[in-house]
Design a binder for this molecule. Structure first.
Ligand code: ADP
Ligand code: MG
Length: 464
């Protein structure tokens, strides 16, 4: 007998797969899979995917992996099959299974939105280390998780990459689902939101079915968490749709949480109406953690990973915390790399300071990781006595162009950022502009001792 697949069970399968499959592969291949039904007599689980190419690839590459995750969750072996079907057919199959006399496997109250599987159960408040860098964002997030839509709405979290924004958003979602399982919680990246919208708009039958489905989906939730909103800059249709989604949710007092790598006012190609809505209530930043917080994060991680915490490891942790200052993801990955090197290298070498220096060559030989474009821009602004906004602008007066070119040149010299990445740091300039600036300053240094000296002084200041 075919029965509907319990969404929370499927969520468990997804979270096991998420752990075992690289993130980008997980997003590309696993997320689009739609569970259709399971048949307990035949021990079969039927899946579908509305992309023919993906369905084929999943079949050859991921079925075993899905079967093994499934058997962990169901404690029995099932055979998994996957077919390619259009979205319409998938919805039809689902409604057939759902409308049959077969009863759903879980009581209604636990029947969640079905999309919360994007939430990573690993990211909770319990394992979020709070320091002066993030304590406001943390406190507001927790308050929201405790009373969604009652205290702060919307919440906008911003800050650099790898500083814990996504972790906080998942923590909010996980907390709400745990304490209010009846609420519909939806977490998406703005990229997923955009892609879904595009698919919905491209309905081959020219009917409104898909777009209505999309609208209902997003306007019908209790809590909407949209990550990395900077991605919708310049995407007008997406902004328009988000505007209406925002209004509906806000009007019905549903919780909205957004994140971005920048303050809303710095999202330059974003609709003014959205920009102002994002700032209607709380805008909270996450900053790079201080040394103590970095150490606390690494220690917690070592515990979670069941590493032996002895003096050697504590010294290594201090060393990593000293060296990697601006990105918690990098901090964590250096520790996991040490762990796996020591496990898999012949003789299982112990993790010591010497071992760390010898194996993590990229970390220890890298250009000084305390130096980033932000810091360079600040020092340059101070030296030439101009405002950061002017440095990042396109103003053509020499009092601005010269410092801007110097700053670009120094970013190229002193960091590992690529030309396009540097361009982005200067109000979204093209990589050729950056290249031109670098060449110009390089040439000028050769002919002007004054400039050479000027640059040397700035460099010294940055390195201090
Ligand atoms: P962002 O979304 O800001 O780029 P993430 O939330 O993905 O950053 O965080 C990167 C990694 O660092 C994740 O593995 C996350 O669990 C970890 N992390 C970030 N902040 C903290 C924190 N305060 N305590 C513990 N782990 C953290
Ligand atoms: Mg993130």
């Amino acid at each position: 007998m075919k029965v509907t697949i319990d969404q929370s069970r499927w969520a468990e399968v997804m979270s096991i797969l998420k752990k075992n499959i690289p993130e980008v592969s997980f997003k590309t291949w696993i997320v689009p899979i739609r569970p259709i039904y399971r048949d307990d007599e035949k021990r079969v689980l039927a899946l579908a995917c509305s992309d023919q190419f993906k369905a084929g690839l999943i079949k050859t590459r991921y079925l075993k992996e899905i079967e093994s995750a499934l058997s962990q969750v169901l404690k029995k072996d099932y055979k998994v099959n996957i077919s390619y079907s259009t979205d319409e057919d998938i919805n039809e199959m689902l409604s057939e299974v759902g409308s049959g006399k077969e009863k759903k496997l879980i009581p209604k109250s636990e029947d969640r939105s079905g999309d919360e599987y994007f939430l990573n159960p690993k990211y909770t408040f319990d394992n979020y280390i709070v320091g002066s860098n993030n304590n406001y964002a943390h406190a507001v997030s927790l308050a929201i998780a405790e009373s969604p839509a009652e205290v702060y709405n919307p919440l906008f979290i911003y800050g650099g990459s790898g500083l814990g924004k996504t972790h906080l958003m998942h923590a909010i979602g996980n907390y709400i689902l745990k304490h209010h399982p009846e609420l519909k919680v939806l977490y998406v990246s703005s990229e997923m939101f955009t892609n879904e919208l595009i698919q919905a708009l491209n309905d081959p039958n020219n009917s409104n079915r898909r777009i209505n489905f999309f609208k209902e989906k997003y306007r019908g939730v209790d809590v909407l968490l949209i990550d990395d909103i900077q991605f919708i800059e310049g995407k007008e249709a997406t902004q328009e749709e988000l505007f209406h989604t925002f209004n509906t949710l806000y009007e019905f007092q549903k919780q909205i949480v957004l994140s971005s790598d920048r303050h809303p006012s710095k999202l330059t190609s974003l609709d003014e109406r959205l920009k102002s809505r994002f700032q209607w209530n709380i805008v909270a930043d996450v900053q790079p953690p201080d040394f103590e917080t970095r150490v606390a994060i690494l220690r917690q991680m070592a515990e979670q990973e069941n590493m032996l915490i002895d003096d050697d490891l504590l010294q290594v942790i201090d060393l990593l915390a000293e060296k990697i200052k601006f990105n918690i993801r990098d901090l964590e990955s250096s520790l996991t790399r040490l762990k796996s090197y020591s496990q898999f290298m012949p003789g299982n070498p112990k993790i010591t300071v010497a071992f760390a220096k010898q194996t993590l060559t990229d970390v220890f030989n890298a250009k000084d990781s305390t130096i980033n474009c932000e810091k360079i821009k600040n020092v340059v602004c101070k030296k030439y006595n101009i405002k950061l906004t002017d440095l990042e602008s396109s103003k053509r007066k020499r009092e601005f162009t010269h410092p801007r070119q110097v700053a670009m040149y120094l970013c190229r010299e002193m960091t590992d950022q690529s030309l396009p990445q540097i361009g982005k740091q200067f109000g979204g300039k093209d990589h050729t502009t950056v290249l031109h600036a670098c060449k110009k300053i390089e040439d000028e240094i050769k002919t002007s001792a004054i400039l050479a000296e000027e640059i040397k002084l700035i460099k010294d200041e940055i390195s201090q």
